[in-house]
Design a binder for this molecule. Sequence first.
Ligand code: ADP
Ligand code: MG
Length: 695
Amino acid sequence: MSTPAKLPELFGSMVFNEETMKERLSAASYGAWKKCVTEGTSLDISTANEIAEAMKQWAVEKGATHYTHWFQPMTGVTAEKHDSFISPAGGGKIIMEFSGKELVRGEPDASSFPSGGLRATFEARGYTAWDPTSFAFIKEGSLCIPTIFCSYSGHALDKKTPLLRSMDEVSRQAIRILRLFGDTETKRVTAQVGPEQEYFLIDKELYNLRKDLRMTGRTLFGAKPPRGQELEDHYFGAIKPRVAAYMKDLDETLWALGVLSKTKHNEVAPSQHEMAPIFSDANTACDHNQLAMEMMKKVADRHGLVCLLHEKPFAGVNGSGKHDNWSLGTDTGKNLFKPGSTPSQNAQFLLFLAAFIKGVDDYQDFLRATVAFAGNDHRLGAQEAPPAVISIFLGDELNGVVESIIKGTQHKDSGKRTLEIGVDVLPAIPQDNTDRNRTSPMAFTGNKFEFRMLGSSQSISGPNIALNTMMAEELKQFADELEKSRDFQADLQKLIKKVFTEHQRIIFNGNGYDDAWIREAEKRGLCNLTSTADALPMYTAKKNVDLFVKHGIYTKEEINARAEIHVENYSTVIGIEANTMIDMIRHDILPAVSGYAADLCERAASKEALGVSCKYETATARETAKLTDALMSACDKLERDLAKMPADAKKAMVYAHDVIVADMAKAREAADKLEAITASEYWPFPVYADLLFSV
Ligand code: ADP
Ligand code: MG
């Protein structure tokens, strides 16, 4: 990108945002769009036509030639199919056209997207429908229109539809609670999300020499390099010029697309970095995170780099995750998770806190399932990411408040009295004290919760759908009860105390990496779902299906279909990894080490003939031969076992986890030992020291 215009002009320059709409639409059409977004009304076709025409004109002025509905199928990445604006105008000429109908609705052939059996092939058509709450933008010469994606029979086939439904539902239930506290103004409560995105940057030439990185996004082999992350000098360290140039380009690219890229820094592992945007509504945050991941890869390519978004590209150093910062905000500008300064604000805060705590406890298994996939299995519970057990960290101050409410005792800071909800002011909760515990999967960080179990490559949609929906459910239960109350203050006190007491088990402020915690969690009856194979069955547990069906987020068919897609994905990914491994062992590693051993033997023989000592050659050749045999047997076993993968998806998932992953570990062990003793010139691909310390 050329030297940017001043940042405020650059920002959003490729976005058909509200300001542009105000400028380019008639007052009536702008008003209709605004109403559609804030009140959920529909747009008539003449308004749609006017918006389409204005969008097209704007896009063509910016050099766009095509448009595409931009959607988020269950692949977890975005999809697009580009049509040009051209339309024949007689005499061999064309005009540029784009109608309201084309804006509002599309009909891509959907038969090749995962549907979990929701769409039979005879009704291959899928529909995309404009999401007017997320702005259209121009990317690489195409006007991109964010859309939902559903089947002919109306089933959601994407990650946006249920997210929008869950945002509506949590808003509805939160407003019922706000009304009880006398708030008559708030019309909409919006889930707010800020996802912090981790990634690795490595050199493209080296990347191209590694089949495993190209096929699977992670290294399947790699002995520990002489140096990893033990010096702890990379985290927040000075950014190297090549990385700095990349980050600058990425920022400018994202800013033009209206993404609020805010923070960039080096992460813990060598070659690992992070980008964090400023938070926005959950729908925009999800769209923008998809765009950010896409641009991270594309911008890297321009710089001769490759951006790895896999959760565990390298064994032995930290993997990459995504921290999902989540809160609820009102259209009047209030954050419902900000502890207030008056007794009544605090009572309201405590009620929302109680709903969150109860929600996480009630649906811990489902939350865990939303972050369960093959890539993330390398992180959760591996002493670097949060453990697989879900718990909530509140920090000392807030925990003190919760405990004093449970025990009915005096809170140490509240003077002489027992803390009375709705009557007393809460002690101050210092913000910067709340975030110290990096081992917690769900941390209260002053005015939001940070869900830290997400994998770096995943769409943030699923986890946020779960957070919104569990919150909607708990708020609904509270509203149902409190709306009937004759003595609001007394019943509120009782309710909060009861919820804190019954769900205190989910609160944990200690070290989540400690084995003692895992034992303690078991005593408390918390779930410890250590792998995808353990966690995914929770997706369709009856209570979870009931939750989503009851709130209209998924139909029963939709949630079952999603579970099926996730289950199938696991054994597919493991299968690809296993096949790549076999390929590399047979075509690259075995021939290389065989050549090495043969050369050593030859040298040993010629040395011996002269009566020169050949201890090194003989010993190394023997060790190499031993490990080569071990590697060959491990590879044979992997291949045999892979051929026995069950056809049934659920069985295949368990089998892939229990058998194939174990076989792969065995093969890797032999290969990594070989790497450690093989002369560099013989080893068939770049090693960790090259990959991690080259940029
Ligand atoms: P860190 O976690 O690194 O200390 P911050 O806590 O400042 O950094 O912010 C992390 C992310 O949380 C950012 O994307 C930020 O915009 C987002 N964030 C801040 N406040 C909220 C909020 N109320 N709701 C949702 N996300 C928020
Ligand atoms: Mg954070």
